[in-house]
Design a protein around this ligand. Structure first.
Ligand SMILES: Nc1ncnc2c1ncn2[C@@H]1O[C@H](COP(=O)(O)OP(=O)(O)OP(=O)(O)O)[C@@H](O)[C@H]1O
Ligand SMILES: [Mg+2]
Length: 590
């Protein structure tokens, strides 16, 4: 019995919270920086709002009384405040940095973990570009929006407007009352358009995603694009995307101009004009001093600015909720098909399929396996027509896709009951489309662990890599680029084979392990697999080479999603059926 203690620890993190809850959690965790930001913002706002009081004092008191002491005192303070303010702003920026950095880190960690455990069909459907942009862009954007609109400007604007309102109220109650009435009117007018901007911003994110998808496709297919002279077609694709970007950007700009600039400026000018006229009349009638007039007309634009910041806070909130919706579409995806709670399974290395029904959801294909038993120590080869469903069997055994009905058992336990990680620890798979990570050959083989040089050498020998790697300037320390761009298909295939052998597992699953290799190397590799099998490993190998299929003690012939023949190769050859004709065709070719 093997026990996998890690499984429970892994499952413990798998809580599916909404993105709103994740954001709140991150904000709560870093609340101390928020307090700092708010505190410093309020102090800065206070310092900025206090200058016009000095204007009034200078104009109404110092100048008429020729009071040089008061004048110098006021001027000194007016000069000192901005300098102090810069110091405070630095402290505030430090808090902003800490808050943003820590919250982003938290969200990015959570999203990456979610993507790593998300069910595989959903992962494929959402696609790498969207998922990438969520981690790099949306998480950062949402914190930025939260801060710029909700906290810093929000709190300091509320504080500043209350302070200014209080000062104006002391100077003149009528002016205070007028601004108090007119400003909410602006607020209502602007709120009317807010939703529109939020939607446009969400569209813009979608358009950017589409662009990234387009570029990725062109760049990944660069050789094909050039060989087929597809440059003009791709340029047309770019133009279409650019048109979309321009139109949407202009729509956003238009709304911004109307909602954030034109309406507030027009309204502000009307209010300001009215107040200025009123103040001028009051000065003429001697019911107001010139100092108050100067202070009031300096304060009113400041007040309008603050109120505008409060309004933008609302717009920001709408963008935040749109992004949260988008993020939720990822978080709402179910986790990987697991259901298993068994961390403990016997490791004899047998597999059984009973009444299995499987489909990818596309109508042209379904796979049915009524009864199939693979015993411990079997070497099973799978052959058959292309598109027949061979690789699908690997997807099912690894639990990448759930079966519709029936059961697949590993050592007598249904895989539905076995934790996904536990199951995969017992199986080592070499997929049809081999993948290379950016790193050394040794790291690729020992993935995800630290390479043990002796074991790396041992599996390289088995995978027929020793001679090739020996000739490389840096041997097994040679760097492989992502997707193996700097190595040949056959070299990558052998590195993937070495990786499969490096992992301690009971069963080896191989999907066309020698498809890119010459006949001699293929034979050498199947000889090694036979050795591994003699040493007790259960092996299931898909191959298009019916000649190699005879390495197995059992052969499965798959066609159109059905097992059409199953048995020892000699017996199938005797039967003169599908396998016999595949074998005959292959040997003729050889
Ligand atoms: N992710 C997927 N979504 C939808 N259909 C899929 C998916 N993967 C494979 N299919 C379809 O399922 C069928 C079986 O595919 P599978 O990869 O199992 O065939 P195969 O026998 O391995 O073929 P080959 O010999 O060409 O590798 C095919 O018709 C294929 O188009
Ligand atoms: Mg296949």
């Amino acid at each position: 019995m093997k026990t996998d203690k890690n499984t429970n620890a892994l499952n413990a993190e798998n809580t599916n919270e909404s993105s709103g809850a994740l954001l709140r959690k991150a904000v709560k965790k870093n609340a101390k920086y928020l307090v700092g930001i708010v505190l410093f913002s309020v102090v800065t706002a206070g310092f900025t709002a206090v200058n016009p009081v000095f204007y009034k004092k200078i104009i109404d008191e110092a100048i008429p009384n020729r009071d040089i002491k008061t004048l110098l005192f006021c001027v000194a303070l007016m000069a000192a405040f901005p300098v102090v303010n810069v110091g405070i702003s630095l402290l505030r920026q430090r808090c902003v940095f800490n808050f943003t950095d820590k919250c982003e880190r938290e969200l990015r960690t959570q999203f990456f973990a979610k993507i790593l455990r998300m069910n595989y069909p959903a992962f494929m459907e959402l696609g790498p570009v969207k998922l990438m942009s969520v981690i790099t862009r949306s998480t950062g954007r949402i914190i930025e929006l939260f801060l710029s609109t909700d906290v810093i400007t929000g709190v300091s604007a509320v504080f500043q407007s209350l302070l200014i309102f209080g000062i104006i109220f002391r100077y003149n109650k009528i002016i205070a009352a007028v601004t108090f009435v007119v400003v909410p009117v602006i607020f209502i007018a602007i709120k009317f358009f807010q939703d529109k901007i939020g939607n446009l911003q969400k569209d813009y994110l979608r358009i950017l995603n589409r662009g990234e998808k387009f570029f990725l496709q062109v760049f990944n297919g660069m050789k094909t694009v050039r060989s087929y002279s597809g440059q003009e077609k791709e340029k047309a694709g770019l133009k279409q995307w650019l048109d979309e970007v321009s139109k949407n950007k202009w729509d956003i700009e238009k709304s911004n101009i109307t909602v954030r600039t034109f309406i507030p400026v027009a309204a502000a000018q009307v209010v300001l004009g009215g107040i200025f006229t009123f103040c001028a009349f009051s000065v003429m009638k001697d019911t107001m001093t010139i100092g108050i007039l100067v202070a009031v007309i300096t304060y009113v634009p400041m007040l309008i600015n603050s109120i505008q910041s409060i309004l933008n806070m609302g717009i920001g909130k709408i963008s935040i909720s749109k992004i949260l919706d988008d993020l939720d579409s990822i978080l709402n995806e179910e986790d990987e098909y697991d259901g298993g709670n068994k961390d403990e399974i016997p490791n004899s290395g047998s597999l059984a399929f009973k009444d299995v029904d499987f489909t990818y959801g596309r109508e042209n294909f379904d796979l049915k396996i009524e009864n199939l038993e693979i015993e411990e120590g079997d070497f099973v080869t799978i052959v058959g027509t292309t598109g027949g469903g061979k690789s699908s069997v690997m997807d099912i055994i690894n639990k990448y896709y759930p079966i519709t009905s029936g059961s697949v058992s590993f050592d007598g336990v249904s895989i539905d009951e076995i934790g996904t990680d536990t199951l995969r620890r017992h199986i080592s798979t070499m997929f049809q489309d081999v993948y290379m990570f950016n790193g050394t050959i040794a790291e690729n083989i020992a993935y995800p662990g630290k390479p043990d040089p002796d074991r790396v050498n041992e599996v390289m020998e088995k995978a027929q890599l020793t001679e090739f790697v020996g000739k490389l300037p840096n041997g097994a320390q040679e760097i492989v680029e992502a997707d193996g761009a700097n190595f040949s298909g056959g070299e990558c295939q052998r590195i993937a084979l070495a990786r499969m052998l490096y992992k301690e597992a009971d069963i080896y699953l191989l999907d066309e392990p020698t498809a890119a290799l010459d006949a001699n190397t293929s034979k050498a590799i199947f000889d090694v697999l036979a050795d591994e099998n003699r040493n007790g490993k259960t092996i299931i190998a898909i191959t298009h080479d019916a000649g190699k299929a005879t390495y197995g003690n059992k052969v499965i012939v798959v066609s159109g999603g059905r097992i059409i023949e199953y048995g020892p190769p000699a017996k199938l050859l005797e039967q003169n059926g599908a396998f016999a004709s595949l074998y005959e065709a292959q040997t003729k070719m050889d």
